[in-house]
Ligand binder design. Sequence first.
Ligand code: TRP
Ligand code: SF4
Length: 519
Amino acid sequence: MTRDIDSEREEKLPDGGTAAGDDQVALDPWGSATVADYRKLFEEFGIEEFDELLEEVPDPHYLMRRGVIFGHRDYRRVAEAMRNDEPFAALSGFMPTGDPHIGHKLVFDELIWHQQQGGDTYGLIADLEAHSARGLSWDEIDEHARDYLLSLVALGFDPEEGTLYRQSENRELQDLAFELGSKANFSELENIYGFSGETDVAHMQSVVTQMADICYPQLDEPKPTVIPVGPDQDPHVRLARDLAARMRYFGVTEAYASFELTDAERIHVAAAYQNRESYAEEPERPRCEEAAEWLADVRDATDPVVAGTIDKLDNAGMEPLRPRVRFLDRNATDEAFEALVEAVDGEKRVFEEHVDSFDLSREEAEELSREVEVDHGGYGFVPPSSIYHRFMTGLTGGKMSSSVPASHISLLDDPEEGYDKVKAATTGGRETAEKQRELGGQADECPVYELYAYLLAGDDDEFAKEVYDECVGGERLCGGCKEQAAELMEQFLEEHQEKREEAEELLEDLDMELDSPRK
Ligand code: TRP
Ligand code: SF4
């Protein structure tokens, strides 16, 4: 989700870039919310491009169609569940540190859309995080929490179908946080978040709480779950994916003999297996040592991975190479392990801490391991997925920030104030009308165009495109363009605020404490 803090550590440059320099990419959940170069997120952090799976998403949201949602992790499995009418979930959280603004609306809309697509949808108030990581008092938290919930419901979230909770009130969540905490240690938090000896324990606790939030939709049954957030939250998503995997009873891997392989080593062994005809005395039974010899011939044996692979194969000597899927016992009880052994159909070999199956496919094995786990009291978590949206540019240029009122439009702003802020916004226009007609405006660098694309044009792609084309074609001048945007904004705020009033009632019916007993 959109960050709502200004980092004191980075100074704004006139172009709205950051003093940290343009090649720096940092993803800091409690730091600055700028991203200098979205492409780097793909290369450096392994976030995948959303565009590549757009076609797999049924009836995609306009934020997806317009590239505002630009990246994802593992969203394919969520899209697949959606297409096949299988259960899936969506969850996001809001730190109640200020007014909800049009940046948060992106996440509200993403949740609501997933709910409308049939997802089991959760919105949570991260009050423990706001209290521990930002030092907000419980009174302040209560006030803002209410405002977030009202806007979420006013925009279309159905609280009867979905689930809303606050972290501080959710005992089940806190129990899950405690359990997940047993799978993470301090060095890891130090590496991921830069925590140090000075970091207070409650802040660390808010991290495991968020891990529990992310897994929470799967407490009843495992299912694909998407976490729509801003890319600053990606460190949390990565850790949650790791912890979810560490909770699993069994790990499923592929192997070729009795010994374990790393992913890098497996590639070499797979190649050796593929080429068995060329070196094995009995090609149906290629021996490990023969494969080692072949690898030493055709690969660079000074490469440490190759050398390590050759060593392992040599040690296994005459053992034949045979592809198999392996179930590793990670956290299983004895009964669960035995039940798994029992459930593996076809040829298998049972070892102390693993079972090898020669007939199951990887997918069948994954499914079986989850089934046995769930039958024996485990969670069987599916790794949580995420989608990432671009941060909105501030109306004054630079980044949008809660602490700079002119840079953003709060969902609580007076409609006229919203109108005025749009009228005063920076644009991608040229110095004179004449130049604008000649060269066209720079819609791609215009915060006003963003307002159209992210919000004002709503689902109407044609309208968004018209604004864009007219702008870059020189037919649209900034004065009129801003007037139109300002009027639309005023209208949007008026309607939204009316709906907020209607939502008051729904909120009263919620099974949620809106006034925290913690004072
Ligand atoms: N850390 C998030 C923020 O800073 C809030 C949050 C808490 C959250 N738990 C979550 C977001 C779970 C997504 C999923 O805004
Ligand atoms: Fe921006 Fe509109 Fe001006 Fe184009 S015409 S630069 S979209 S304000």
